[in-house]
Design a protein around this ligand. Structure first.
Ligand code: ADP
Ligand code: MG
Length: 270
């Protein structure tokens, strides 16, 4: 439900796909950095107990004293949980393996699907003036991912350009529909992002063709190529935009950020 007293809250986007290794974390980190490079203030919420987004942005284990788990458990306020990163305009709430127990511990809670929704609407988010919140989801359709979908305005679905990529999508769509019916009727699909695309590979082209034919405008125009710089950057604890700004991976995520911003402008006009 829109909060009319605070019409300028951030746009909250969940990056979700129940399949592991499809580019969720890579997309969250680099899209976040790319939106920041466009002058937007971004909060990244690491909602995966593996904490890959936290690691990839250089948040050491020792610096994860306050995490997404503490926020969901209601033990800390939003401003206590938010940390700055080495990337200008990009902040993060990091995650640790604590979060994996949330799945079990939260089940007794009646509002268990709304924990992130409520946390991100705490009044103290206003002082940060975020334009975007990006949520990096775990590779599952568990209660954590449901929390992300309930909290979000829209969902980005990274789709690895390989055989069977489209098959897992129907399960995700089902979850989206359930969340819409039960909790968040306005939840949109922001877009489906084809990742790890190899233009020399017929299979990649076939997946793109299928996706565009079946899903039309839901598929982002921008395609993310397979690019080794994207896979190297996390071990240097930085987004590819910092690690190798001229790389194909960097340029692709910058294009994706602009595509999202352009679509938003269009939506606001129309
Ligand atoms: P997920 O979060 O969905 O599990 P990741 O973003 O962690 O997926 O990506 C899985 C692996 O693939 C990681 O090692 C990552 O560095 C690598 N990877 C992701 N996207 C690309 C890409 N476009 N090109 C090359 N490697 C990529
Ligand atoms: Mg991940």
């Amino acid at each position: 439900m829109p909060d009319l007293t605070r019409p300028h809250g951030p746009r909250i986007i969940a990056v979700a796909n129940q399949k592991g290794g499809v580019g969720k974390t890579t997309t969250t980190i680099n899209l976040g950095a790319a939106l920041a490079a466009e002058g937007r203030k971004v909060l990244l919420v690491d909602l995966d107990p593996q904490g890959n987004a936290s690691t990839g942005l250089g948040v050491e284990q020792d610096d994860r004293l306050v995490t997404t788990y503490d926020l969901l458990a209601g033990d800390v306020t939003l401003s206590q949980a938010i940390q700055t990163t080495t990337v200008d305009l990009l902040s993060i709430i990091p995650a640790t393996t604590d979060l994996s127990s949330a799945d079990i511990e939260l089940i007794s809670n009646e509002k268990r699907s709304f924990l992130l929704h409520d946390a991100l609407r705490q009044i103290d988010i206003d002082q940060f003036a975020f334009d975007f919140v990006l949520i990096d989801c775990p590779p599952s359709l568990n209660i954590l991912t449901v929390n992300a979908m309930v909290a979000a305005h829209s969902v980005i679905v990274p789709l690895q350009s390989e055989f069977f990529a489209l098959e897992g999508l129907s399960q995700l769509m089902l979850s989206l529909r359930e969340v819409r019916e039960a909790a968040n009727p306005d939840l949109r699909i922001e877009g489906i992002a084809l990742t790890m695309y190899d233009s020399r590979n017929n299979l990649s082209q076939q997946v793109e063709e299928d996706a565009r034919q079946n899903l039309g405008d839901l598929v982002f125009q921008t395609v993310i190529p397979r690019n080794v710089r994207l896979s190297e950057a996390p071990s240097f604890a930085m987004p590819v935009l910092q690690y190798d700004p001229a790389s194909k991976g960097s340029l692709a995520y910058r294009a994706l950020a602009r595509e999202i911003l352009d679509r938003e402008t269009l939506r606001q006009k129309g």
